[in-house]
Design a protein around this ligand. Structure first.
Ligand code: ADP
Length: 546
């Protein structure tokens, strides 16, 4: 028997229509050099309509890729709506990547038009050999002070475009957006989001037991729109009518974040732990007044593990860090560490520090190195695998059959369930909380045993004479690999012996790093995570005492 319900395709047109009908007076605010620019959602919808007309007049058709090279802003938000709703695909480029990698990505995705912020003109102009791009549109975020050679101006484009547009009927599995992984191994991989996956991800972000975004929130996504869709917050905020505050090119500067939070009365924000460490340090150094964060209720934090001192630091300010895990391939929200009512009181902090339980409609499992499915006992480690309606099913590969590449990263089980192999190693406890142990490629394999670099880093970061620490594997003649700690000192007087002795009080002797090197800073990737690839290049042949 068939269900007798309306078969309404889940497309981003729903978001556009809803915000136009129900929330026209709510707004998006963008930080500029001259202060904050606010646009009502009615104005945004009107501009989105003009933008769609302009794109059509430029020859952009169904399925064409339209790239963005931009910070978080109202204009970037307009592109998030106009491009997919007119049937094309919005492809967010990461301007922090090396220019050769960017041109590789542009060519691979066959981007036709690029919308670039003028503050990023030098980065864009370094990108060469982009054969498929026929138009560049400059979005002036330098308030008249900048331009891009040969580019069309965004505001002129909108002013000259027709104010009405006949929106096409879309299928829910049509591509809506595209984002390449940052490619910590090999070439970046293209993830293609569908309308359906984007709508379901946005809807789920409104569940109280997931992200719980509501109309009363003011949401400040500091995580870039070019990094996994700013964790989906723009679509979720629009769907529920929450105001948005966009940091523009002032992305990770604690004083600007605090000022925007105060001015816009931000209630929820999202960024990687490094950003929040910066804010906490600025508060402690007296350069940011904690009162400017008084409206901030919660922070969505992930991308790398939230260290305990960071969570405690914000707890003391009355701001709740909500720990989340995800990947570009998972849209990106996969799991969130909300505390179930069944968790014992003395386990609450430990639980909040896990990567959480999977979102409603997602399923996870662990596969051990022997190929077994691991029990949820909080002890048995395995590679985390994930299934669900907003999880990638393949990577974009124009040379592969049906454009579906990267098949070695996916597996279909005997019941026909499709799993993405995340490359993360985890344990899952009986309540379903996922605890990431490491990335498969970062684990230290010592004498046949695995050592988690994440556990060692968390311990070191908690030491009051340490600012930051990253642990990498270095070759060892007897044990294959041993851990080496790279540490940024908070106190010049700290010694290797003191740190190793301290670690030895908390972990088994064979897990204690063999040595410590003191470094000026831990290199970061384009999205603010520890770049262990750089550390491995630098210390890969480090001679450990044997
Ligand atoms: P890339 O894989 O290129 O670094 P992503 O931004 O997609 O790009 O990163 C996803 C990875 O980031 C995950 O596979 C995981 O290793 C790490 N990660 C994400 N969230 C967390 C978290 N809360 N705790 C620990 N690691 C995390």
């Amino acid at each position: 028997m068939q269900g007798l319900m309306q078969d309404v395709p889940l497309t981003l047109r729903m978001v556009l229509e809803r915000v136009a009908e129900l929330y026209p007076t709510k707004h998006v605010a963008t930080k500029t050099a001259d202060g904050v620019r606010r646009r009502s959602y009615a104005e945004v919808v009107e501009r989105v309509t003009r933008l769609a007309s302009a794109l059509r007049d430029m020859g952009v058709g169904p399925g064409d890729r339209v790239a963005t090279f931009a910070w978080n802003s109202d204009r970037h938000l307009e592109l998030y709506l106009a491009v997919p709703c007119m049937g094309a695909v919005v492809h967010t480029l990461n301007p922090r990547l090396h220019h050769e990698q960017i041109s590789w990505i542009v060519n691979h995705a066959e981007d036709k038009v690029v919308f670039a912020d003028t503050s990023l003109a030098p980065a864009w102009q370094a990108v060469s050999g982009t054969d498929t791009v026929n138009t560049v549109v400059a979005m002036d975020d330098l308030d008249g002070a900048g331009g891009i050679d040969g580019a069309v101006d965004y505001e002129e484009l909108l002013a000259g475009a027709a104010p009405e547009f006949s929106w096409p009927t879309l299928r829910e599995n049509d591509a809506a957006a595209m984002c390449y992984t940052s490619g910590t191994t090999g070439n970046p991989k293209g993830v293609v989001y569908s309308h359906r996956s984007s709508v379901l991800h946005a809807m789920a972000s409104l569940f109280a037991d997931f992200i719980g975004l509501s109309e009363r929130d003011v949401c400040l996504p500091i995580v870039p729109q070019f990094h996994a869709n700013a964790w989906g917050t723009p679509y979720a905020a629009l769907l529920t009518g929450a105001n948005l505050a966009m940091p523009g090119r002032f992305m990770a500067d604690p004083a600007s974040i605090a000022a925007l939070t105060a001015e816009e009365r931000v209630t929820v924000s999202a960024a990687v732990p490094t950003v929040w460490f910066g804010v906490l340090q600025a508060i402690r150094a007296g350069t940011v007044d904690p009162a400017s964060l008084s409206t901030l209720e919660r922070i969505l934090c992930g991308g790398s593990a939230v260290p305990e001192p960071l969570m405690r630091g914000f707890d003391e300010l009355g701001i709740r860090i909500v720990h989340a895990w995800g990947m570009t391939e998972t849209s990106p929200l996969g799991s969130v560490a909300n505390v179930k009512s069944t968790v014992a009181e003395d386990q609450v902090l430990r639980t909040r520090l896990t990567q959480g339980i999977p979102a409603p409609s997602l399923r996870v499992r662990l596969e051990t190195s022997e190929g077994e499915i691991a029990p949820w006992d909080g002890e048995t480690m395995g590679e985390l695998q994930i299934n669900g309606p907003w999880i990638a099913d393949a990577y974009y590969d124009p040379d592969a059959p049906d454009g579906r590449g990267g098949q070695d990263r996916f597996v279909t089980d005997a019941a026909g369930t499709r799993w993405l192999k995340t490359g993360d190693v985890a344990v899952i406890d009986a309540e379903g909380y996922i605890k990431l142990v490491d990335r498969t490629k970062d684990l230290v394999k010592s004498g046949g045993e695995w050592i988690s670099t994440v556990d060692l880093e968390n311990l070191l970061i908690a030491h009051d004479k340490v600012v930051e620490a990253a642990v990498i594997a270095v070759p060892h003649p007897q044990w294959d690999e041993r851990p080496l700690a790279c540490v940024v000192k908070a106190d010049d007087a700290v010694t290797k012996e003191e740190l190793l002795g301290y670690v030895g009080e908390h972990v088994a002797k064979w897990q204690v790093p063999d040595d410590v090197v003191f470094v000026e800073e831990i290199p970061k990737t384009s999205v603010g995570k520890f770049d262990k690839k750089v550390l491995r290049q630098r210390f890969g042949d480090y001679q450990l005492a044997t």
